[in-house]
Write a protein that binds this ligand. Sequence first.
Ligand code: TRP
Ligand code: SF4
Length: 333
Amino acid sequence: MVEKTKRILTGDRPTGKLHLGHYVGSLQNRVKLQYDYDTFLIIADVQALTTNFEKPEKLSKNVRQVAKDYLAVGIDPDKTTIFVQSLVPEIAELTVFYSMIVTVNQLRHNPTIKSEAEQYGYNDMTYGFLGYPVSQAADITFCKADLVPVGSDQLPHVEQTRRIARKFNQLYAPVFPEPEALISDFPRLVGLDGENKMSKSLGNAIYLADNAEEVGQKIMQAKTDPARIRKDDPGHPEVCTVYEYHKAFNTEEAADIEEMCCAGTIGCVACKKNLAAKINKLLKPTRQKRQKYEENEQLLDEILLAGTKKARDIAQDTMAEVREAMQLDYFSV
Ligand code: TRP
Ligand code: SF4
């Protein structure tokens, strides 16, 4: 018997350009996975509205930006279906049905919701924010995904999804697989400030869309070991951001660099130039692919529209099954 290719669904909120932290944390892995799995990538604009409802322009600008970042790093539109959440209204419909079988307490106790609510300073949060894990369950299940590659902060949402699928199947009919999380726990990449994880809002990120010069300038400003004043002062790579990046993007030389830094035989400027060259080499094919889509915006739109149409067709088939299972199929058309 031929085994069916397993399906993956994962994605991002379109709230900004993607950076090197996304690259090592998820994008690199998704590029690899697309060869073995039927992969779907959701650009979750509706979910992004839960915290950006006052500034929708931020999202409309970033939907194409995120799609371009995906394609630039090597997501292949012939292997991966990239689609826009709000253009698959069946996901919203499925969210409403699911909302009947999820309790408010389950959502209130979701640790990710709790910590995000605190982070955003919400004490009276919106219904949409509290309920976004239900919408995420619809994102994952409309296409009957088997696997969800995510960071560990998203585990409670995958658990919630499994619970919903189980309950739906028990109550109505066995429509949904219970998806499993595929945890990618590459430790979060540190930002240029050396203090926080790389993030757009902290202004400490190297973007995939940065050009070679920008990458060089940013690396020059990265936080290093403050004990190194002169070139031959012995250094402590373990406290240096640049060394962290060598470990992530220059694995072959990282051990040598550690040794030279400790011995004081390499200067920080040379060390940074070397790193910038490695990152620029890594980003070179990315820049070439990006350029292709920048010169031809129509091509990008065609990919997004085709992916969205494919997702929508699947969603409509699933909703027919859901309506039948829930006895909402009054008139067969
Ligand atoms: N919540 C995810 C994030 O903030 C984005 C997302 C939306 C997602 N729908 C999804 C991730 C479905 C995995 C599966 O990064
Ligand atoms: Fe960091 Fe390199 Fe300077 Fe050592 S030599 S402190 S690793 S930049």
